[in-house]
Write a protein that binds this ligand. Structure first.
Ligand SMILES: [Zn+2]
Length: 431
């Protein structure tokens, strides 16, 4: 645990009102009649960037756009040659989304820099806020466009993707937003991960855990990866429902039901062992072209997705899936075919940073808990590039990706205070 070298920073009323006003203006410019729409590499996102950039430069902070048209806000440190302390999040939203998903992390970072600037405090290292483009997959079917571009991980073939509403290509939208398309096309990195000492993303929680546990601030231990089987099928044998006795049936619905219940028991056992796991069968059905009340179902198609922070849990669960499928296949005379498994690697948060931000919460006497992130975030891209990374979650009601998301400003300011106090006291060794 690190002692802070100064009195902890707490935001004054003037700065709080300034931040609330910024959220309000952001809401006004992106209200679509139902919720908030800030289209990826579209007018809404660009307008939001402009609003944040103006707010930053009117406070005397440095403002620039990179080759992917991400916005960078900086407060130079006394030693500008050292890797930067970075924070930030995304400024796009899903269609008819909420005002806080993404924007909370950008404004929280900005708030810390404005406080330092107003009080004439210079950190030893440069502090940088990233307002990232294109985190949401809702517009082009791909997520993390801005953060992938940073590290040269953007796939140039994606420039031909088209926007779900307008049909415009991503290349045209990126060019209109001011991105350097030729550089993006070459896949050149914009930043060297070694030039970023750490990345801390503040974000609203998108699940119900913090509200249920009455905790305003969360320190994220990891971002769950997942394995998806989008097209699994169980094949048995269709038959007359009255004429075939139980012992001669190969009923696909009973087989899949047993499979689901067996997975549920494994899931429960793994949780009891302290493992992190969530399992979802989101699509499941008999074939409507042939199913009938009086027909023993010969085929069930389903999806299977499971998520965990731990790669070994994902790997172990895949073995259970295959074993149980084979065992039920033998006992019931059916065949499970899980089809291709599509994996997404978990993102590990830096343990030292998790401990550090935990200690900062203690020092500020802010109730907090450690928890995993079930949703993906730009922070995963930074972490998987080797940048020491952590996330701060803010309690948020009614979930996210909808107009009803509700973050209390009191919670937001607590989280933003944890963010700036934590950034200023990250020592050379962590990381
Ligand atoms: Zn988000």
């Amino acid at each position: 645990m690190n002692a802070l070298p100064h009195d902890p920073i707490r935001f004054d009323d003037g700065l709080r009102r300034w931040a609330e006003g910024l959220f309000e203006r952001l809401r006004e410019i992106s209200f679509d009649g139902v919720g908030i729409s800030r289209a990826t590499y579209g007018a809404g996102e660009t307008e939001a960037m402009r609003l944040i950039a103006e707010a930053a430069s009117s406070e005397g902070l440095d403002v620039e756009y990179d080759a992917a048209a991400n916005l960078l806000i900086s407060l130079p440190g006394t030693d500008a040659s050292r890797p930067v302390l970075a924070t930030g999040s995304h400024l796009d939203s899903v269609p008819q989304g909420g005002n806080y998903d993404g924007a909370a992390g950008v404004i929280a970072g900005l708030l810390g820099l404005v406080h330092l600037k107003r009080h004439g405090i210079a950190a030893d290292r440069t502090l940088r806020v990233y307002a990232l483009r294109g985190e949401e997959s809702a517009w082009f079917g791909k997520c993390y466009l801005g953060s992938m571009s940073l590290f040269g991980k953007f796939d140039p073939a994606d420039l031909e993707l088209t926007q779900s509403g307008s049909g415009e290509t991503l290349a045209a939208c990126m060019a209109a937003a001011g991105a350097d398309i030729e550089r993006i096309r070459r896949g050149e990195p914009i930043v060297d991960p070694r030039d970023i000492a750490c990345f801390v993303e503040l974000h609203i929680e998108q699940g119900p855990v913090m509200v249920a546990r009455n905790i305003p601030v969360g320190i994220v231990t990891g971002i769950r990866g997942n394995v998806r089987h989008p097209r699994a099928v169980c094949r048995g044998e269709a038959a007359h429902s009255g004429a075939v006795p139980r012992w001669l049936r190969h009923d696909a619905v009973f087989a899949v039901s047993e499979f689901v219940m067996r997975l549920d028991r494994h899931w429960e056992t793994l949780l009891q062992q302290g493992q992190d796991l969530v399992v979802t069968i989101g699509i499941l059905g008999t074939n409507p072209a042939e199913h009938a009340m009086s027909r023993v179902p010969g085929e069930v198609r389903f999806s299977l997705e499971y998520r965990s922070q731990a790669p070994e849990v994902l790997a172990g669960f895949e073995e259970l899936v295959q074993e149980e499928g084979a065992a039920i296949g033998r006992s019931r005379g059916v065949a499970f075919d899980f089809g291709p498994a599509v994996p997404t690697a978990p993102a590990v948060m830096d343990e030292r940073l998790v401990a550090h931000f935990d200690a900062v919460c203690d020092r500020l006497e802010i109730p907090h808990e450690r928890l995993p992130s079930g949703a993906g975030h730009d922070a995963a891209i930074f972490a998987n590039e080797g940048v020491p990374t952590v996330m701060i979650f803010i309690r948020n009601e009614h979930g996210s990706h909808n107009p009803a998301e509700a973050m209390a400003f009191d919670d937001f300011f607590l989280g933003a205070e944890v963010l700036i106090n934590g950034l200023l006291t990250v020592t050379e060794s962590e990381p």
